[in-house]
Design a protein around this ligand. Structure first.
Ligand SMILES: Cc1ncc(COP(=O)(O)O)c(C=O)c1O
Length: 369
């Protein structure tokens, strides 16, 4: 038998050609790069306030020797009560990332089309490509808002899935009632609409979360939510999908890895849900900070998109990689944008007031250059 050389193992071409996901720099790497100890980590939209103190108490009681409940039964029941949706239509995942992967695996066949926006959250496209689909992207408008007529025209081509983050990551605006309704009217039965609401808790009071409007339709849909942002549990990895029907929920459950939501994640999420007052206070303060920072950025002469999230998308007028180096030299991690048309944009998380002040001071230098 001839020995197979390692290079001859055929790789899945849909996966082998993809670059790894570009996550923001971590604090240790930024410390090494900048030589500074105090790092303002403003690239990954984490909550600078941490999480509810009730989470630590919930984690203290765990027995790591036992497998977790792969169905996350208690958390799904609590989410069902909160949202007024039967628990059987909710699937919990290893972050909402895990749910994006599961929905692609459950739906896509090779050469299907997945539609998303440009720019939008990268994983919508990456997971589609990994499953052999091709991605079609609808550009955001030049004034940094959703292009509803272009989305409606794309939906007439009946993609298998349409992924849309609202509020938009990285841009920031959220669909209003009229925009959402026009999209819902254009979705055909051949398309699964995935409304990714990772930043839903940061929206204005009158912004629709989508669940009510979607419940009035006969469409196939998934609404994604996460505990990573407003609830401050990014490191524990827990998100969920609310689905339009049981068939879809079952397919997504079959598509996900059984025990990948470890025991700590739903325990923490349950404790966080029981302390919504903590989350609401944190979100209210972050929204005020967002307004303050956004006003100063605009006053410095930079273009900044309207945001209903915990971050801002700013045209710094510099190549974004050079801007990243500039901020890193001051111990600040931001996310540089690299897609065509956005090479001078950065995305910066709203951190603590002192972190935001550090960012603004470093930004002032760019205004002067
Ligand atoms: C729009 C959007 N969707 C999903 C995610 C994934 O979040 P997680 O996997 O932490 O729930 C993110 C994370 O940044 C995001 O911005």
């Amino acid at each position: 038998m001839t020995k197979l050389l390692r290079e001859e193992i055929p790789l899945n071409p849909h996966v082998a050609g993809l670059p790894p996901y570009s996550a923001g720099l971590n604090i240790a790497a930024a410390q090494k790069h900048s030589g500074l100890r105090e790092i303002a980590a403003l690239a990954s939209n984490e909550n600078p306030d941490g999480c509810s103190p009730k989470v630590a108490a919930a984690l203290a009681g765990l027995n790591p020797a036992r497998y977790c409940d792969p169905a996350c039964t208690t958390l799904r029941a609590a989410l069902g009560d909160k949202l007024g949706v039967p628990a059987e239509r909710i699937v919990v995942g290893n972050g909402s990332d895990g749910m994006i992967a599961a929905v692609c695996r459950a739906i896509l066949r090779p050469y299907a089309t997945v539609a998303t926006l440009c720019p939008d959250f990268g994983l919508h496209e990456i997971e589609a490509l990994e499953n052999g689909a091709r991605a079609e992207k609808v550009a955001m408008r030049a004034d940094l808002d959703f292009d509803i007529p272009a989305i409606v025209a794309m939906l007439a081509r009946k993609p298998a899935i349409f992924f849309l983050s609202s509020p938009s990551n990285p841009v920031g605006p959220a669909l209003d009632r009229d925009g959402l309704q026009r999209i819902l009217s254009a979705v055909t039965p051949q398309t699964l609409l995935v409304l990714d609401g990772a930043y839903f808790e940061f929206t204005d009071d009158d912004t629709p979360g989508g669940l009510d409007a979607l419940a009035q339709t006969d469409l196939s849909w998934v609404v994604l939510r996460t505990f990573s942002k407003a609830y401050g549990l990014a490191g524990l990895r827990v998100g969920y999908a609310v689905t339009s029907d049981l068939r879809l929920a079952r397919a997504m459950t079959a598509a996900k890895i059984p025990f990948n939501v470890n025991a700590a994640a739903p325990a923490a999420a349950l404790a966080a849900l029981e302390d919504e007052a903590w989350m609401r206070a944190s979100v209210a303060a972050l929204k005020q900070e967002r307004q303050r920072v956004s006003r100063i950025v605009a006053a410095l002469g930079f273009r900044v998109a309207g945001s209903q999230t915990n971050f801002l998308f700013i045209d710094v007028g510099w190549d974004s990689r050079a801007a990243l180096d500039h901020f890193l030299s001051k111990g600040i991690i931001i996310k540089p944008w690299k897609e065509a048309g956005y090479e001078t944009f950065i995305r910066v998380t709203i951190g603590s007031a002192s972190e935001n002040d550090r960012f603004l001071e470093a930004l002032r230098v760019l205004a002067k250059e």
